[in-house]
Design a protein. Structure first.
Length: 462
């Protein structure tokens, strides 16, 4: 009977190789692995992370470097010798290099830019000159372009000559002698046509282009609507400046999603992984919103103080305060979450506010009536089975039920309209976070509750 020997894991193989301290053997091992597997080795072996990057061929090292965490990138750059850092930064695609540099302090950026080749330095400074979170920071000048008078055979010659350094060759860009963009054509069109056919015969001059000042989040919508893997970036006079590829847009979408989730939780966005954020910085990110919400909740105390006499006369009203507050806050948070998500996905715009308001009024009314009926029967059941709420239990139940309808309707309207208002004012809708909506509805909900109770119980219990 033969026994199969268990193959060593990638981590075990790496540990064995690294102990040899044979640079040639280490390089051969690392260059033989998948890029994602090497990135995993970097993550699992922080004590060897710079050694891993330094012992790879520069092209593969750049491919690994651009997909690892920012905090790891910073440590590696700090530990690498200047000549290795220069080679790595020069090899990185311009857009990935810019994305990394913009996260560093300005004094560090100045020193690193000095290590770049003149051409790469010029490109990087150009990209860094565009506004933060703009498409200009993401675009790359590495693309293939041809002219309308070229034949398809000449196009393939150009691709073979320049395609290796291009970010993508799925789309070929057509420009004139002035550098103005005329069209973009998928490579399949060239493959499926005869070699002697001219490019201008394939052109329809229908293309979608971005501008360098466009917001990155907006560009994500353009990619989605047009189902493209790359889009050209042009100046105001239609000069082709570069291209943006889908992989960069996916990174943007992930960052925006994380940022929105953090804001919806009542904290400022974190620029680094949670475990890499210093404690004091984490405190500063969270305390601001917490302080605002804390102060906001003091208005709840003021509202209750104004109705102190009402509470003393009808003590049962205080019993239902948690129910009222939670109903309004939950309905508002639901509405806010739905509207923020719909805005992010481009399903709605600020101009749709009236359609949204009508839907939320109906939804809030239906939900409020449902919960109001439940609230009424809680009062009714409490009296029938436990003898609670006194002889006027019907009137109390009706007051509680009506107040719940009003609070839920109000919470739904606040939750749906506040993100739209912030969007209209140019702010991030995610800042109308769940805690903020809940705090706002707490205060106004109590006013609705006590106001309704005062009107319906006046002359009977008050």
């Amino acid at each position: 009977m033969s026994l199969e020997l268990e193959q060593p894991t990638l981590q075990e193989q790496f540990e064995a190789i690294i102990q040899t301290e044979d640079k040639l053997q280490i390089r051969e091992f690392l260059d033989d692995q998948n890029i994602s597997d090497v990135a995993l080795l970097v993550e699992e072996n922080p004590e060897h992370e710079s050694q891993i990057i330094a012992n790879m061929s520069v092209h593969r090292a750049a491919s690994v470097f651009k997909i690892i965490d920012l905090s790891t990138q910073k440590r590696i750059i700090h530990e690498l010798p200047p000549n290795t850092t220069a080679s790595l930064l020069n090899e990185l695609p311009a857009d990935d290099r810019t994305d990394f540099l913009e996260e560093l302090p300005s004094n560090v950026v100045r020193e690193l830019i000095k290590l770049l080749d003149p051409d790469e330095r010029k490109i990087t400074l150009s990209l860094l000159g565009y506004p933060e979170n703009s498409i200009g920071r993401l675009m790359t000048p590495d693309y293939v372009y041809v002219y309308p008078w070229n034949t398809i055979e000449e196009v393939f010659t150009t691709i073979r000559k320049f395609g290796k350094d291009s970010e993508t060759i799925n789309v070929i860009y057509i420009i004139n002698e002035k550098g103005e963009l005329l069209d973009d054509i998928r490579i399949r069109e060239f493959i499926l046509n005869p070699p002697d056919k001219k490019v201008e015969e394939l052109m329809d001059e229908r293309f979608v282009a971005l501008h360098p000042e466009d917001d990155q989040e907006t560009a994500s919508e353009v990619f989605k609507m047009n189902n493209r893997v790359a889009l050209p970036v042009v100046s105001n006079n239609n000069q082709l400046l570069g291209i943006v590829t889908i992989d960069d847009i996916l990174w943007v979408a992930e960052e925006e999603f994380s940022e929105d989730m953090q804001k919806m939780g009542g904290t400022e966005a974190l620029e680094e992984p949670y475990l890499d954020v210093p404690i004091f910085k984490l405190y500063k990110k969270r305390i601001i919103w917490l302080f605002i919400l804390f102060v906001g909740e003091t208005l709840t105390i003021a509202a209750m103080a104004n109705f102190q006499e009402t509470l003393e006369q009808v003590l049962v009203l205080s019993t239902f305060i948690p129910l009222i507050i939670s109903s309004g806050g939950n309905s508002g948070s639901q509405a806010a979450t739905l509207i923020i998500q719909a805005l992010a996905l481009g399903e709605i715009t600020v101009q749709d506010w009236w359609r949204i308001a009508r839907r939320e009024i109906l939804s809030g009314l239906f939900m409020g009536v449902t919960l109001g009926i439940v609230g009424f029967f809680i009062i009714y059941g409490g009296h029938q089975f436990f003898g609670l709420f006194g002889e006027h239990f019907i009137r109390i139940g009706f007051a509680i039920g009506t107040a719940i309808i009003g609070v839920v309707l109000w919470g739904t309207m606040m939750g749906s309209m506040l993100p739209l208002l912030l969007k209209k004012l140019g702010a991030d809708p995610a800042t109308s976070s769940t805690p903020f909506i809940a705090t706002l509805v707490d205060v106004t909900g109590l006013l609705i509750y006590f106001g309704t109770a005062f009107l319906l119980l006046k002359g009977v219990l008050l």
